[in-house]
Write a protein that binds this ligand. Structure first.
Ligand SMILES: Nc1ncnc2c1ncn2[C@@H]1O[C@H](COP(=O)(O)OP(=O)(O)OP(=O)(O)O)[C@@H](O)[C@H]1O
Ligand SMILES: [Mg+2]
Length: 277
């Protein structure tokens, strides 16, 4: 059992050009809790996440992850157990080949030989990248979704205790997204997931935090927060698709098929699975 809570108190951040991205954030995330961070473009999600492994250091307030306060002297330790997947994989991938990029983190942790190979192979499989096919590819030439998967594999390969994801499902195809959801569900780690994919938030996280203009404006049960249409609209968000009945229910299928029945009494599907009635 790992004890790696995240504690953020009164955190504010102003970029050098004067843009105030965070305004007095207070947040406490328990060890092994999986929490979604949602908010409109520019609300401060990425800025907040970058404070969790010291890419940005608090200008005001404090951030504590596990037993470490975010400060230059603790960065090495913090980066060893906090894995941050960047919003843009191009900011994360920097080695020439996929294998070298994924191996970079665990090598720095001292792994070598078979242990290192096994760690990298496992991480690639975890994100659906076949090592035979991808290990020696030039990482810069991959598609957006492939790059995102390499970036996630590189973080998993370090076996972090705290996972911080900035838009993990952006650019992923439906199958890779589903695989990622199962993977995150299976990891008993503290997880903070910034996402515009509200259906992913609904499926993965019991708790959701809403940011708006650099402030926490909502923090509670995901179903409650994402079910409150007026609140979401006020903060330029929409209910998850799965709340707006996008798929045909059984009655819909029956209604459609009843007007598409052919002469033989067989059902003709209209892009939905036809069922016998
Ligand atoms: N390097 C920077 N210099 C100046 N301002 C910045 C910088 N990076 C971000 N900002 C500003 O800080 C605010 C928060 O940006 P941030 O990237 O954290 O938002 P976000 O919630 O992650 O948005 P998105 O959903 O688009 O990813 C925005 O107003 C943005 O314009
Ligand atoms: Mg962002």
């Amino acid at each position: 059992m790992h004890h790696n809570p995240i504690s953020i108190e009164n955190l504010s951040y102003i970029y050098p050009d004067g843009t105030q991205a965070l305004k007095g954030i207070d947040l406490h995330i328990k060890a092994t809790e999986r929490v979604a961070l949602v908010g409109a473009n520019g609300s401060g999600k990425s800025t907040l996440l970058q404070h969790l492994n010291g890419i940005l250091l608090p200008q005001e307030g404090q951030v504590v992850v596990g037993e470490y306060q975010m400060a230059p002297k603790n960065l090495r330790n913090i980066r060893n157990f906090v894995g941050l997947v960047f919003q843009n994989p191009d900011d994360q991938i920097f080695m020439p080949t996929v294998w070298e990029d994924i191996a970079f983190g665990p090598m720095n942790q001292g792994l070598q030989g078979k242990e290192l190979d096994d760690r990298c192979t496992l991480s690639m499989h975890a994100v659906g990248l076949d090592p035979e096919r991808y290990a020696q590819r030039n990482a810069q030439n991959l598609s957006g979704g492939e790059k995102k998967r390499v970036a996630i594999a590189g973080v998993l390969a370090m076996q972090p205790q705290v996972l911080v994801f900035d838009e993990p499902s952006a650019q992923l195809d439906p199958r890779s997204r589903r695989q990622l959801i199962y993977l995150l569900q299976s990891l008993p780690l503290t997880q903070l997931i910034a996402t515009h994919d509200l259906d992913l938030a609904l499926e993965l996280c019991d708790r959701t935090i809403v940011l708006s203009e650099g402030k926490v404006v909502g923090d509670g049960a995901t179903e409650q927060i994402l079910g409150d249409r007026d609140f979401l609209e006020r903060h330029h968000l929409e209910s998850p698709l799965s709340y707006s009945r996008p798929y045909c229910l059984l009655e819909d299928v029956q209604a459609i098929d009843s007007v598409t029945q052919n002469g033989n009494g067989k059902m003709v599907g209209l892009g939905v699975k036809a069922i016998e009635i």
